[in-house]
Design a binder for this molecule. Structure first.
Ligand code: HSE
Length: 310
């Protein structure tokens, strides 16, 4: 049995977003992975992985995010077929913008389409989060949730699992800067504290609550003031050379806020598309890294939809 190839675009995502460690995430318009697949008799077979960082990605489906997530969907749907998969990475691994999450969500979405869309989207998020658990050292869904659902996602609870998605303001621009350093999520999670104090908890709840309100009401100034992290970014800052200088450069070129994306090393800057120029923010960070002898890729983008068929 073979069938026609279908193609899925699975977007990059930025997670944590200040005070929402493992809770908040946003789907970005660019960059994205392309996951292609077709039905075969049985099993998951990955025949090609291309694109940036693809030489570090295993073809073995039991240790590949796409393969693990797709297999979980086939299992839940009791499918009587397998899938041949080709992966075109647009998001380099160890970037902090949900590279493994995009692959996992794309694999889950591909299998979902091939199975006749029997699962609901929350179940798809869980299938993708299962792959994240296997490959990145912790069950977290703050990248795969926006990658499946689109928009700004909030995980209210992991057990039982409940997630919602809200539409971010239209004029919220996003600059992604990716310095040329690899930060594996496993390592970046290993440096985190196991407990937080009441003072930090109070600070995080206040900022997280106001960020949700600001996203819903479109208050860009409040978004800028509410993306604050007293715990996780400070613990990880040493993993990303020149992080604080890069954030300052973005702020002095009009960003509303600039912060560590997910587990790093990406630096995310929000800006008002109506009044500021994202290219200037991107160039300021690029120049800073160039002055320090490091390459830095940038994307001037915006919030986007979740996985889609292309
Ligand atoms: N919330 C996760 C973390 C995202 O910060 O470890 C990983 O990309």
């Amino acid at each position: 049995m073979t069938d026609e190839w279908i193609r899925i675009a699975a977007p990059a995502t930025t997670s944590n977003i200040g005070a929402g460690f493992d809770i908040f995430g946003i789907a970005l318009k660019e960059p994205y992975d392309i996951i292609e697949g077709r039905k075969i008799e049985s099993g998951i077979v990955i025949t090609e992985v291309s694109g940036p960082g693809s030489d570090s990605i295993p073809l073995d489906p039991s240790s590949n995010s796409v393969g693990i997530a797709a297999a979980e969907v086939l299992r839940r749907c009791e499918a009587d077929f397998g899938i041949e998969i080709k992966i075109k990475k647009g998001i380099r691994p160890c970037s902090g913008i949900g590279s493994s999450g995009a692959s996992a969500a794309g694999g889950a979405y591909l299998a979902h389409i091939l199975c006749g869309e029997k699962l609901n989207l929350t179940e798809l998020v869980l299938c993708a989060a299962h792959a994240e658990d296997v490959t990145s050292g912790g069950f977290h869904a703050d990248n795969v949730a926006p990658c499946v659902l689109g928009g700004f996602t909030i995980i209210r609870s992991y057990e039982p699992f409940e997630v919602i998605s809200i539409k971010p303001p239209e004029d919220l621009g996003v600059v992604v800067a990716m310095p040329d350093v690899l930060v594996p999520t496993k390592e970046s999670r290993a440096v985190l504290p196991k407990e937080v104090g009441v003072k930090d908890l109070v600070f995080h709840v206040g900022n997280a609550s106001c960020l949700v309100y600001a996203m819903m009401s479109g208050d860009l100034g409040l978004i800028g003031r509410s993306v604050k992290d007293a715990v996780f970014e400070p613990a990880r800052a040493h993993l990303v050379p020149h992080l604080k200088q890069a954030e300052s450069a973005a702020m002095s070129h009009g960003a509303l806020v600039s912060f560590l994306g997910g587990s790093g090393p990406c630096i995310i800057s929000f800006y008002d598309k109506g009044s500021h120029n994202g290219d200037q923010i991107a160039d300021s960070i690029k120049s800073l890294y160039a002055e320090n002898g490091m390459k830095c890729d940038t994307w001037v983008t915006e919030c986007g939809s979740g996985c889609r068929r292309i």
